[in-house]
Design a protein around this ligand. Sequence first.
Ligand code: ATP
Ligand code: MG
Length: 202
Amino acid sequence: MSDDRKNARHKASMEKQKAKVDARIEEASEERGIALLITGNGKGKSSSGFGMVMRALGYGQKVGVVQFIKGQQLSGEEIYLRDHCPQVEFHQMGTGFTWNTQDREGDIAAAQRTWALAKPMLENPEFDLVLLDELTYMLAYKYLPEEEVIAAIRNRPVEQSVVVTGRGGGSALQDVMDTVSEVKDVKHAFRAGIKARKGVDF
Ligand code: ATP
Ligand code: MG
């Protein structure tokens, strides 16, 4: 086939595709916040959540971040947001959560303390975007009451978007979300013996 014919075919196919997409964009008429779950075993869940945080901040939107993760270990995103984005309300479960010491009661108390910071965000229409990083584990371990968390997501202000990350998440959580993406683990550097990398993994 000549280049001219190839180009003409390509153009025709692109025009067809564009018409389809335009029609679908036309059909979407509802204007409201979106609830997203980013789950799966592959790498990229939290970084996707923080990608949306950056997008929202770009438009001057109000953002809240709550990380349901253990520990004193700092992440690059936390350091950056604390240093450069004082307008972001940032909480981390941090101390008190001890996966290794089997202190179940202490873990539950830490989870509930952290949820008590997240819940008001989901009730506050000033927040455009709320990221609940690693929340799924709190549900999987039953450290937080699933019905309460789901109700808070469902009843949040209509213009507010919420992003939940973490493996699993369960069908009840999936039901309340508008968008559910599963990040698939095809290959991970860690399994080839490559150490977690500053700026990439944490
Ligand atoms: P990231 O924060 O990099 O987007 P994530 O949120 O998808 O990762 P988590 O389960 O929260 O994944 O784990 C965070 C850390 O574990 C990161 O250092 C990440 O590189 C690493 N990790 C994620 N998935 C895997 C995997 N399949 N095998 C090994 N390590 C992984
Ligand atoms: Mg994560």
